[in-house]
Design a protein around this ligand. Sequence first.
Ligand SMILES: Nc1ncnc2c1ncn2[C@@H]1O[C@H](COP(=O)(O)OP(=O)(O)OP(=O)(O)O)[C@@H](O)[C@H]1O
Ligand SMILES: [Mg+2]
Length: 415
Amino acid sequence: MQILIVDDTQSELLELKAILDNMGLKIVAVDSGSKALSCLLFQDFVAVLLDVDMPLMDGFETATLLRKQTRNLHLPIIFIVSEPILDSERIKGYQLGAVDYILTPIIPEILRSKVAVFCDLYRLQKQELVISQNLQDKNTLIEQQNLKLLESNEAIKQLNKNLESRVNDALIKIREKDHLMIHQSRLALMGEMIGNIAHQWRQPLNSLGLVLGNIQDANQHQQLTPEYLAHQISEGQRLIQKMSTTIRDFQDFFRPDKKSEYFQISRCITNSIELINDSFKAHNITITVHLSEELVALGSPNEYSQVLLNLFSNAKEAIFDKHPDHGGCIDVQLRRAGSEACVTISDSGGGICDSALQHLYEPYFTTKIHGGGIGLYMSKMIVENSMSGRISASNGEEGAQISVFTPLPPIGVLL
Ligand SMILES: Nc1ncnc2c1ncn2[C@@H]1O[C@H](COP(=O)(O)OP(=O)(O)OP(=O)(O)O)[C@@H](O)[C@H]1O
Ligand SMILES: [Mg+2]
């Protein structure tokens, strides 16, 4: 820290120096206002002691000019006056801001204490400057970090957007693939179903043959009355109707899916059984159905039937595998299980072997020589993805028990 003293009288300069000595200040002494101004141009001072009574440029003039230097706008000035000054001059000094007066002869303690106050002020100002500089630096840092954060947020947003659209694209592709697989697996079931159509047509076709034989016999024996003919024709039409219903049922099953709808589960059970019943009967497999109440599910009834047909087909194959000659039985139960509808298909095929239990739903997992390992994988996919349900498998006393759970619709949905 340094202090500037300005006095045209050398002896007074020396006196001032002596008073301010030992205050820890560097003392810069000059003997004119102009020299003072050039010192103040580039250097920092705690305060300036300014003799008012100087030739050429007096103290007030010097003060007025130094205030014009922006760096000295608030520099404390102590005017040294040799006699009490007029109020008008005092006011003139005060208008120059941050000023004080001291009268000669100077009382050292008074000057020293005044200068000490300015020193403290200077120190405080410097500290404040450092603090505000620090604060400014920190603010700049925070602003830069905020900017970086904003940029990163923007980048993350962009990434998320891209990711979202890529996930959506992938999901759409997976959905499309799922649908394709479901359809392909339904087509695969068709092979089996054609065998079932043959079974279901065998009996009405035989009967139709008998009806035609009856007409021929009656004609040969001249017993073909109009009433008899009408009766036989109506019987023939009934049989043809039955066969055409079978075809329609199969066609319905293979018809492309409509969008999701509420449907009665019991109807799906009955329809699926109708498609396979004759064929199963021919293999001595009896199907028993227990419907405790009408329950509704949301999804595609055809896909649900596809699940049931897969389960029936597995049950038939297990029974066939265990007792190729005796046949067996399949039990179908529909019940409410908490907030879900549950269809359990139990068979007497001996059950699922332990090693298979944990792999049942993996695609292409099969224990059969000609199996594709698609049935349960597909069933699980339909039940979980299209119907928000679940599927579970366990072994009962006589064989496997596969349960299909689907969420019950909100109260009020009735069909
Ligand atoms: N009711 C059942 N009883 C015994 N084992 C079963 C039963 N259902 C399924 N499994 C076992 O689970 C395996 C997988 O069944 P899944 O229906 O997925 O394929 P698959 O019947 O072998 O072939 P696909 O259905 O493609 O013709 C079967 O190979 C069989 O070992
Ligand atoms: Mg199968």
